[in-house]
Design a protein around this ligand. Structure first.
Ligand SMILES: NC(=O)c1ccc[n+]([C@@H]2O[C@H](COP(=O)([O-])OP(=O)(O)OC[C@H]3O[C@@H](n4cnc5c(N)ncnc54)[C@H](OP(=O)(O)O)[C@@H]3O)[C@@H](O)[C@H]2O)c1
Length: 249
C-alpha cells in the first residue's frame, strides 16, 4: 500500500521565498504541498505552476492575521487530509518602507503593532491551530522564517539597517520558537527558526545577492529533519557554510 504523503503548509507561498520553499518541498516525492495566500487568484496561479511541474500541490486561502481564516484552514486540513505534518511560517512584512523606521525614536506605534501582528501573533495562532494535529500523530516539523537581524547578539552590528519594527517582531518570532521548543521537547514535533539571508524578492529588492531558491535550501533541511533532529535552534542559511550552522540568539 502506498504511504500517504506528508502534508506541508507554507504561509505566504504565492510569491517570493514562500513560493520557492513550497516548490522545493513539493519536489520531494513524499510531500504534498499546500499553497496558501490571502488573495485566491494569486495562490491558485502559484499552485497551477507547481502542478504543471508535476508537483503534488493543493491550495487554500489564508490571511495569517485573520483568526477565522486560520481556523478555516485547520478545519479544511482536518476534513481533507486528517493531518498536517509540516508548517512553514514564511508570511511576513517588513517595515523598511517607512522613513520613521530609520530610528526606534521615530518608529510609529501603528507600524510596530502591524508588523508584530503579522510576524509574531499570526505565528502563535497558526501554531495553536495546527500543533494539536502534530502532537496527535507524534510527528511535526515547524520552520519559522526569521532573520539574522533579529539576533540580540548581533543587534549592535553596523552592517544592518535599524528597521526597529521588523527586527523587534523577528526577535518575538525567535522567542516563540524557543518557548514552543521547550513545550514540545518530549514530542517528535521539531520547531526551529532560520535566517534565509538577503534575497532577491519583492521584500529584499533587486540588489540582494541571493535568489529565493537559494534562501529556501535551509527551510527544506529543517522541514525534513529526521526524528531526534535539532529542536528550538536558530540557523544561518546553509549555503554560507555548506552545512547547518547555528546563529547566536
Ligand atoms: N527577502 C529577504 O531578504 C529576507 C531576509 C530575511 C528574512 N526574510 C523573511 O522571509 C519571509 C518571506 O519574505 P519574502 O522576501 O518572500 O517577502 P515578499 O516577497 O514580500 O513576500 C511576502 C509574502 O508574505 C505574504 N503575506 C504578508 N502578509 C500576509 C498575511 N497577512 N497573510 C498571508 N500572507 C501574507 C505575502 O502575501 P501577499 O502577496 O498577499 O502580500 C507574500 O506572499 C518573510 O518572513 C521575511 O521576513 C526575507
Amino acid at each position: 500500500m502506498m504511504e500517504q504523503p506528508k502534508i506541508a503548509v507554507v504561509t505566504g507561498s504565492n510569491r517570493g521565498l514562500g513560493y520557492a520553499i513550497a516548490r522545493k518541498l513539493g519536489h520531494q516525492q513524499d510531500i504534498r504541498v499546500i499553497i496558501t495566500s490571502r488573495r485566491e487568484a494569486e495562490g491558485l496561479a502559484a499552485k497551477e505552476q507547481l502542478v504543471a511541474e508535476g508537483i503534488q500541490a493543493d491550495y487554500h486561502t489564508l490571511d495569517v492575521t485573520d483568526a477565522q481564516s486560520i481556523q478555516q484552514l485547520a478545519n479544511w486540513l482536518r476534513q481533507t487530509y486528517g493531518k498536517v505534518d509540516i508548517l512553514v511560517n514564511n508570511a511576513g512584512v517588513n517595515s523598511s518602507g517607512h522613513v520613521e523606521e530609520a530610528s526606534l525614536l521615530t518608529a510609529q506605534m501603528e507600524t510596530v503593532l502591524s508588523t508584530f501582528t503579522t510576524n509574531v501573533l499570526a505565528v502563535i495562532q497558526l501554531c495553536q491551530a495546527l500543533i494539536p494535529f502534530m502532537k496527535q500523530q507524534n510527528y511535526g516539523r515547524i520552520v519559522n522564517v526569521s532573520t539574522e537581524m533579529a539576533s540580540l547578539s548581533l543587534m549592535s552590528e553596523d552592517s544592518y539597517p535599524i528597521v526597529p519594527s521588523y527586527r523587534i517582531s523577528k526577535v518575538g518570532l525567535n522567542a516563540v520558537t524557543a518557548i514552543l521548543a521547550k513545550e514540545l521537547q518530549e514530542t517528535n514535533v521539531l520547531i526551529n527558526a532560520y535566517s534565509p539571508g538577503w534575497l532577491k524578492t519583492d521584500m529584499g529588492g533587486a540588489d540582494a545577492p541571493f535568489t529565493a531558491e537559494e534562501g529556501a535550501e535551509t527551510a527544506l533541511y529543517l522541514a525534513t529533519l529526521p526524528d531526534g533532529g535539532p529542536q528550538g535552534k536558530f540557523f544561518a542559511e546553509m549555503r554560507r557554510f555548506g552545512m547547518p550552522v547555528q546563529l547566536l540568539w
